[in-house]
Each structure stands twice: as C-alpha cells, then as structure tokens.
Design a protein around this ligand. Structure first.
Ligand code: PEP
Length: 255
C-alpha cells in the first residue's frame, strides 16, 4: 500500500490581520518544528498572506489563499489569482470550500477552471467536496460527492489529479462542533478513493491525499486520522490556537 504523508491545513477564514497572523504562524512554526513526515500549510486571509509568508520563511510550512480566481490577471475587481499568490510566495490554494459554495455561489464547474489556474501557476490545490445534512439524510452522499468530483476534476490529466489534495468536508460538520464519526469519514474517503481509481487507476489513486475537515480538534483528531483513507485534516476553528493545531498535527503523524 502507498504510504501517504499526512497533510494538515489551517484555514483561518476571515480572522486575523497581518500582525496577528504573523504571530500565530510563528507560534505554529515553533510548536511543529520537530515534527517530521507531515505536510503543513496555512491559509490566512488574502490581506495576511505576505505577513505569514515572511513569518514562515525558511520553514517547511506552506501558505496559500482561501480561493483563487481562474484568470491570472486583469479586470477582476476584488479577486486573487493563482499567479499573483504564487508571486507572493504561496505554494498551495484552497478551491471550492463549502463557505465559498454557500456564500459566493461557487460551483464545481468554476472550481474546475480554478484548478487549471492553480496548476498553471505552480500552486498545489486542495479541492473541497462534501454534502449538506439534507443530502446526507436523503442518502445522496456518494451522488453529491461524485458529482463534485466529476465536474471539478473534469479534463485534468491523471498526473495532475494524483498531485492535488482533496478535502472531504461534510457541510454539516464545518464550524458546527458536529464531527463525522470515524466510520462515516472513512466510508466517504474510501468512496472518493474508489472514484479516483476508476478515473486515474488504482496506483495513482493510492497517492492522492484526502483530508477530512469538520470540527477537528485535539480531542477527536486521533480517531479520525487513524482511518486508513484519511490522510490529514483541514482545520478551521481549532487552527486559530497554535497549541491545538500543533496537537492535531502531532496526532496526524502518530494516530
Ligand atoms: C474548515 O474551515 O474547513 C473547517 C473544517 O472548519 P472547522 O474546523 O471550524 O469546522
């Protein structure tokens, strides 16, 4: 079986200006300095990206925007592009977070364009998928997640898909304190990996890292992260506290 390096991502959403972000990033840097074999990335607000890049210079922690526009440059008022984020020192980009889908009408088709833009600029995307509570209750989890994967990953090359990260984030668990049970998370992660195997073959599918996101905290991280198809976490609220985030990262390497 392919060994996948766990990937821990901190989504700071609309929190923290440049000075506070730099302080928190430095604190996370210190607290995770001894951890090996884990990928860590921070997604601050666009306003704080350069401050966080500066604070993390020389460390192995990556930085990325919470969303990117598909266009590289031009008349797109209010947007961030993959190209400019790369120029600002980013290595990663979130694409299709459920809050973007919910508040900004993000669609999987548009995410597909953003994924192409991320690759063109040299950013590694984390593409987020997940169902709402209504969709889960209606027994539509695999249909919804499968549709998000089909549209979002449309026309991408197999090696591009193998190199990106997916985040399974049940919408009902994001910022709610509700967490999927380890079994629920594993079930959907296994479905995602089988979907990938059908699309790019089992060997490449075995390389793709699939994060779980949804109210991950130190007290529930170990159980979720120990599931065979869970390769790390996308952490919102708990990542605003360096000790909590570092404690989750620690459990990712020894779940
Ligand atoms: C997120 O922002 O992607 C997230 C999962 O948030 P939280 O951990 O707060 O649920």
């Amino acid at each position: 079986m392919t060994r996948r390096t766990p990937f821990l991502a901190a989504n700071w959403k609309l929190h923290l200006g440049p000075a506070e972000s730099a302080r928190l990033a430095s604190d996370i840097r210190v607290r995770t300095a001894d951890l090996r074999d884990v990928t860590i990335a921070i997604f601050p607000t666009a306003l704080s990206i350069t401050a966080v890049v500066d604070a993390l210079r020389g460390s192995s922690i990556g930085v990325g925007p919470q969303e990117i526009e598909a266009a590289p440059i031009g008349a797109w008022t209010g947007a961030n592009s993959a190209t400019l984020c790369r120029a600002a020192g980013c290595e990663f980009a979130l694409v299709g977070h459920s809050e973007r889908r919910q508040h900004y009408g993000e669609t999987s088709q548009r995410c597909n364009q953003r994924l192409f833009a991320a690759f063109a600029a040299g950013l590694v995307p984390i593409y987020c998928v997940g169902e709402t509570l209504g969709e889960r209750r209606a027994g539509r989890v695999e249909q919804v997640v499968g549709d998000q994967l089909s549209a979002g990953l449309d026309r991408l090359e197999s090696d591009q898909i193998a190199s990106l990260t997916l985040a399974y984030e049940p919408v009902w668990a994001i910022g709610t304190g509700e967490t999927a049970t380890p079994e629920q998370a594993q079930q959907v992660h296994a479905f995602i990996r089988s979907w990938l195997a059908a699309r790019i073959g089992p060997t490449l599918a075995g390389q793709v890292r699939i994060q779980y996101g949804g109210s991950v905290k130190p007290s529930n991280a170990a159980e979720i992260l120990s599931q065979p198809d869970v390769d790390g976490a996308l952490v919102g609220g708990a990542s605003l506290d360096a000790a909590n985030f570092a404690a989750i990262a620690m459990q990712a390497i020894s779940p």
